[in-house]
Design a protein. Structure first.
Length: 317
């Protein structure tokens, strides 16, 4: 409770390098209703804005790996089957159904995979070779895949990985065949050093948090061609997550080591340019924000914090 109290203090103690700049988000201190449901390390969060649900992936021995909350913060249910060490989580809504995609970086019999579940936790699809790390495309293999983004068309974007032998971005078709692949380990254009998070905008661009290179790289969704990169905003700490706000005007980026959310201006169609930091949300010390997600209806930002072992909700002002 003390920790939460200081979090609240911190949230209101807002200072900014820009004079007269308005705070853009405030902490929802009533979310979740009962924080005690978080019993492990909360690594990832995904919002189903259509059904007003929030999915949380957590790690630990004998803890439920996926928790499901209502948008208001009430705990609904949990599931655990076939998830070893969740890293990233994503909810896909199509005209006909919804599914929950999880990247599993475990080293046991379920690990090194990207998995699709029904909302109730029924395993529907496994990508990768469970329990076997690798770089192969036939059969498909991953090594600690960090995050996944799935379009309504069924096209899948995967950043692989969170350490391990691969530093790559893959686009797969809805029948799980490679459309294109880019990236090797390195610091050059289109290379990665822990590609940690991925998202796609409505303008045909794929955004990747290239964590240990301290930059965001941008690619053409159709061809995989490199479009540009941002690094000047990340001199203090690399980007851990990348998500757009509901109006696609801004990017929300978590910076784990400095306990901060950076809010960056999203460029319109055309040149990527360099990043402009519009605002920041400073979290309490040792919070360690790992991955975030945005409710594309309400605009709320949910932050999975592995230091604080909780998910917090920030409401746009």
């Amino acid at each position: 409770y003390l920790f939460l109290y200081f979090q609240v203090l911190k949230a209101f103690d807002y200072s900014s390098p820009w004079k007269g700049q308005q705070q853009m988000y405030k902490l929802d201190i009533g979310w979740p209703k009962i924080p005690e449901y978080f019993t492990g390390q909360t690594f990832c969060v995904a919002v189903d804005s259509l059904h007003r649900l929030v999915y949380v992936g957590q790690r630990g021995d004998n803890v439920p790996k996926v928790l499901v909350f209502s948008e208001e913060g009430y705990f609904l249910y949990s599931w655990n089957n076939t998830v070893e060490m969740p890293h990233g989580i994503f909810v896909l809504n199509t005209a006909t159904d919804s599914s929950v995609w999880i990247t599993d970086v475990g080293t046991g019999k379920y690990g090194h995979t990207v998995k699709q579940y029904s909302p109730s936790g029924k395993l529907m699809q496994v990508l990768g070779t469970p329990g076997n790390a690798g770089s192969s495309l036939i059969p498909l293999q991953f090594d600690q895949p960090a995050e996944v983004f799935v379009e309504e068309s069924g096209d899948i974007y995967i950043v692989d990985g969170d350490g391990g032998m691969n530093n790559r971005l893959l686009k797969l078709s809805n029948d799980y065949k490679e459309i294109w692949l880019t990236g090797t380990n390195g610091t050059g254009i289109g290379q990665f050093n822990i590609p940690h998070s991925v998202t796609v905008d409505p303008f045909g661009r794929v955004w990747v948090a290239d964590r240990d290179n301290r930059r965001i790289q941008v690619f053409d969704k159709v061809t995989g061609e490199w479009l540009g990169s941002w690094s000047s905003c990340f001199s203090e700490d690399g980007p851990y997550s990348v998500r757009f706000t509901a109006n696609y005007k801004y990017l929300i980026v978590a910076q784990l080591n400095i306990n901060r959310l950076a809010i960056l201006a999203a460029p319109p169609v055309g040149s990527i340019g360099d990043c402009i930091m519009v605002n920041t949300v400073q979290l309490a010390d040792e919070t360690k924000p790992h991955l975030v997600d945005v409710d594309m209806k309400s605009g709320a930002v949910y932050v999975a914090e592995i230091g604080a072992q909780q998910v917090q909700k920030y409401i746009p002002l």
